[in-house]
Design a protein around this ligand. Structure first.
Ligand code: SF4
Length: 689
């Protein structure tokens, strides 16, 4: 049985064999060619029913599934009747399958009539979505993983790929062994595992990535690095270059706190090698300038023509297995399904396709404002699916308090003991990986099947089924009458091609008539999948035609560096991120003994001199305090950190320690365009506990 790993956006193919469900890598899957990282290899150890939510619960008591669903529908109906559709919301997850995501979006945006459905992808990829849409006219990742093998230079910006996307990293290391001339530059304030073999590590000041790339754009213009053939396909060139003119090497070096010679060496390398692949992740996205950071990267690839060719391009790494699939079905509050927005024409088109006159007419609340609206009592009901916002949202304590005061909290979940599940009035057992069936889309636009190979635990149901049952109880049954996920996928595919005419990048219309048997056999394939490209497309924009109305790509003025956040009271800057062997809030990987051996408790890494100055030593327990809360964990000394900066992993939750939720420290400051929280930059102080 072939399926797909449920963790990161690499989207590795997994092969499950035998009665004992032995897990191995799928050699035929293009993303991984048989490789798995330690988390993927341990998937078989996560299939036990320990901590599983097995039965529906209402106010902590086991009830029948019908009673639980009746209660959810009845309460939603009551609240909508009393307060209108804006008083209810869904909060989803990049863990959901595309079919689940599609159903949730259709119900909320198409029939309840509000767009209050946001997801944890807001914390992950929202800035990349803005960047692509502004530059390319569509949320369309241009590249594919084969570009890793074909690049002359790979730039990792704000991404510890060695730990967070390990199989893509293995591909990169293999490519470098085979072509030692391939260069690797890592741009990251921390010296991470990804720096171990790098040719250059630019340990820049946090929040200055935009300046580094604005300077590069300026350098390209001055040093003959512009691809003249691109100019007819670009707009905003002169104004963007004028905006970047201030970013000469000395100014950039000062802003980024890097040696000027290193800055120039990096720019020169970018300008001179023919094939450059820039891969980035949360260090770029989770910033107050996240959207502008993305455009700063896109600018240099567009102006130099390093896009749409093998080994070239701007390539965002998605954190989650199906953040991309969620984007395709409208899994963000500011977009509709099939990459449509909220223009009158698009609302009308969606209404005709769904046969609904209730389609939401304006964007809904993004994640941070959504939980703020819950706290104010404006949103009175929320259905949270497959995610743990009490831990993962900034100011997690306020999120917890908001949920504690909310009239109706429904949580559909796999785990019975997540911090968020503890706040639910209604718990609905959802099927887990291995039980559920559907599709996911990885970072390179590749749609792959997740297939079920074990019986569901207890009364666990697919998320799409739970949503469709509530839709039926709300009186919308005819629009949600699917019997199988293949029917949802077929509808999703049909919508992607509905009145598309090549104006929307996301188009999988060749799969609109897919049968259940064909769906069962579906091989991994990269969209667009159309009559003209039935086998998918590896790279976009080879023809230099972009998705803005004029067919051109747009350059955008550069991001300004983030202003200093630290002060006399909170003098350190805290960075958060992943460790190698854990996934998100550890509801799955935290149960696997061997995955706990890498790091078995929450820790705070800081420079030895910063530790010294505060009387802290290796192994001490330290208290980290921000304006939002406090946290404690074990001190680990790390001279790969810049002075004045600390690193804390994001994974641990209250179930491990009362003060382990690091995002409780993070202020809810967001990129004003994407709404993505700046989870990478929080001013804190630290002291012995
Ligand atoms: Fe799973 Fe990502 Fe590891 Fe691949 S690299 S096995 S998708 S966690």
């Amino acid at each position: 049985m072939k399926t797909t790993c449920p963790y990161c956006g690499v989207g590795c193919g997994v092969e499950v064999t035998g009665q004992d469900a032995v897990i191995g890598g799928d050699r035929q899957h293009p993303a991984n060619g048989g490789r798995l990282c330690v988390k993927g290899a341990a998937l078989g150890e996560t299939l036990s029913y320990d901590d599983r939510l097995l039965w529906p619960q209402l106010h902590g008591e086991r009830v029948s599934m019908a009673s639980a669903l009746d209660h959810v529908a009845g309460e939603l109906q009551r609240i909508i009747k009393q307060h209108g559709p804006q008083a209810v919301a869904f909060y989803g997850s990049g863990q959901l399958l595309t079919e689940d995501y599609y159903t949730a979006n259709k119900l909320m945006k198409g029939f309840i009539g509000a767009a209050n459905i946001d997801t944890n992808s807001r914390l992950c990829m929202a800035s990349a979505v803005v960047g692509y849409k502004r530059a390319l006219g569509a949320d369309a990742v241009p590249c594919c993983y084969e570009d890793i093998e074909q690049a002359d230079l790979v730039i990792l910006a704000g991404a510890n790929m060695a730990w967070a996307h390990p199989v893509a990293w293995q591909r990169l290391m293999q490519a470098r062994r085979e072509r030692p001339q391939m260069q690797l530059v890592v741009i990251d304030p921390r010296r991470t595992a990804s720096c171990d073999t790098a040719d250059m590590h630019l340990a820049l000041k946090p929040g200055t990535d935009g300046a580094l790339f604005a300077g590069l754009l300026n350098w390209l213009a001055q040093q003959g690095g512009i691809d003249a053939g691109m100019l007819p396909h670009l707009s905003n060139v002169e104004s963007t270059l004028a905006g970047c003119a201030v970013w000469d090497s000395a100014t950039v070096a000062a802003a980024c706190q890097l040696p000027e010679s290193a800055v120039i060496a990096f720019w020169q390398l970018f300008a001179t090698v023919p094939r450059v692949l820039t891969m980035w992740c949360m260090g770029i996205n989770q910033s107050q300038t996240g959207s502008d950071n993305n455009n700063a990267i896109l600018n240099v690839h567009l102006l130099s023509g390093k896009i749409g060719r093998p080994g070239c391009g701007p390539f965002s790494l998605t954190g989650q297995p199906n953040a991309m699939g969620g984007r395709e079905v409208g899994g963000l509050a500011n977009q509709l399904a099939a990459h449509m927005g909220f223009s009158a024409e698009e609302i009308d088109r969606l209404g005709r396709f769904w046969h609904s006159d209730r389609v939401a007419r304006q964007p809904g609340l993004m994640a941070v404002p959504l939980f703020e609206a819950i706290a104010r009592g404006e949103v009175k009901a929320v259905w949270i699916m497959g995610t743990n916002p009490a831990v993962s949202m900034p100011e997690g304590n306020r999120v917890t308090q908001a949920l504690a005061n909310c009239e109706l909290v429904v949580v559909s979940e796999v785990s019975a003991r997540s911090d968020t599940a503890a706040l639910a009035h209604v718990l609905l057992p959802a099927q887990a990986w291995g039980e559920k069936s559907g599709t996911v889309t990885n970072s390179e636009r590749r749609i792959s099947r997740q297939r079920s190979f074990v019986a569901p635990a207890g009364e666990a149901k697919p998320d799409w089924w739970l949503l469709a049952e509530v839709a039926r109880r709300l009186g919308f049954g005819a629009a949600f009458a699917w019997q199988h996920p293949s029917e949802i996928f077929a509808e999703h595919a049909a919508l992607s091609g509905f009145e598309n005419n090549g104006t929307r990048a996301f188009d999988i219309s060749a799969l609109a008539g897919i049968t259940r048997e064909q769906y069962d056999q579906l091989m991994p394939v990269q969209w667009p999948i159309t009559a003209a490209t039935p086998d998918g497309v590896a790279r976009l924009f080879a023809d230099r035609r972009f998705f803005h109305a004029d067919g051109k790509a747009r350059l955008l003025p550069p991001a300004m560096p983030v202003t200093t956040l630290t002060d006399a009271c909170y003098s350190l800057l805290m960075n958060t991120g992943r460790i190698r062997d854990q996934w998100h809030t550890m509801t799955r990987t935290g149960n696997v003994v061997r995955l706990m051996q890498h790091y078995d408790e929450p820790f705070v890494a800081l420079h030895p001199q910063d530790a010294d100055a505060r009387g802290l030593h290796q192994g001490d327990i330290a208290r980290v305090q921000s304006a939002s809360g406090w946290w404690c964990g074990r001190v680990t000394l790390d001279d790969g950190l810049r002075r004045g900066e600390i690193f804390v992993p994001m994974h641990w939750t209250q179930q491990f320690s009362a003060q382990a939720r690091v995002d409780s420290l993070v202020a809810a400051r967001c990129c004003p365009v994407s709404g993505q929280p700046a989870l990478k930059q929080t001013a804190v102080r630290i002291q012995p506990l």
